[in-house]
Design a protein around this ligand. Sequence first.
Ligand code: MRU
Length: 339
Amino acid sequence: MRTVDWVDGRVRLIDQRALPWNFATVDYDDYRLLAQAVTEMVVRGAPAIGAAGAYGMALAARQAVGETARAMLPFIQQAAQTLIDARPTAVNLRWGVQAVLNTALTNADAPVAEFQQRLLNHAQQIADDDVRINQTMGAHGQTLIQDGITVLHHCNTGALAAVDWGTALGVVRSAHEAGKTFHVLLDETRPRLQGARLSAWELEQWGVSYDILPDTAAGHYMARGEINIVLVGADRVAANGDFANKIGTYQIAIMANYHGIPFYCVAPTSTYDAHAASGQDIPIEQRDPAEVTTPYGLELVPAHFKARNPAFDVTPHTLVTGYVTELGILTPPFTFLNS
Ligand code: MRU
C-alpha cells in the first residue's frame, strides 16, 4: 500500500511512529490534523510530506464553506500556510501545497464541486507522479551499484519516505530487482532511529542484505575499506548543490571524502529549491530536545537534562560526487532550475 493515499474522502497515512512493531494506518478528514501529523512525524520524508501537503489542500477545499469557489479561497490560502508551516526544511512540502494552491487560484470560477474535484485530481497526480519519478530515479541510480559492493545509507529514504518506492533506498530497491547482489549498512539515525526502525523494516521485506550500524560506526567501516559508496536522500537541494538532509549526513560526507568514497545525493527535482542559492538559505528545523533525552518515551537520561535537537544539517556541494534525479545523474549547475 502507499504511504500517503486518498481513501473514501480521507487522507490515509501509514503511522510511522508505530513501526517496526505495529503496522497501523490513520485517516484524516481535517487538514489541520493532517498538518499536526506532519509535525509529529506520523508521516515523514520529503516526498511523502509533499504528497501529504497536496492532499491536505484537497481536504481544505472540502472543509471550506462558501457559495462559490472564489469565496472559499481565503480559507484555502490559510490552510496552505498552516500545512507549509508544519515542517520547515523539506521544500517538497511547500512545493506540493503551492502546486495545489495554484490550481485553486486558477479554477476559482469553476462550480464548487468541480473546483473541489480539480484540487483532488491535482493532489492525486502529484502522488502518482511521485511513484513514477522515484522508479525512474531508481533506474538511473542502480547503475551505480555493482555486485558485491557495500552501500552506506543514512535515515530512511524508502517507500515510507515517499508515496512509494523511495529515493536513495529506491535506488537500492531497483538494483535488487535488477538481480544485483550487494550489502547495505544502515545508520541507525539518532534520535528518531529512522534507519534502524524504518529502513531495516523495508529491507527485511525486500529481501536485501543489511546490517544496522550505530551512527558512530560509519568511519570505522570506511577506514577498513568496507564501504564502497554512500547513498543519501535530501530534504532541500540549493541551486549550487549544497543540500539539507537528516542530521549526521554532513559528517558522513566529510568521512567519505577523506576516504575517497563516492557520495551521492538521491532526490527528485521537486526537492530542488531555485530560491535557495546555497545551503545558507535553507532553514533547519529544531525539534523537541525530549526526542534526544527520552526517545519514544524511553528515559535514556533524566528528562530535565539539557539537549539540542537539530533535525537536519547541510552538506556542501564540494563533498558530493553526483546528484541522482529522475532526469539522470547530474552535477551543478542544474539547468532544469531555469526552465
Ligand atoms: O525527519 P525526517 O525523517 O522527515 O527526515 C527524512 C530525511 O532526512 C530523508 O533523508 C529525506 O527526507 C529524503 S527522503 C526520500
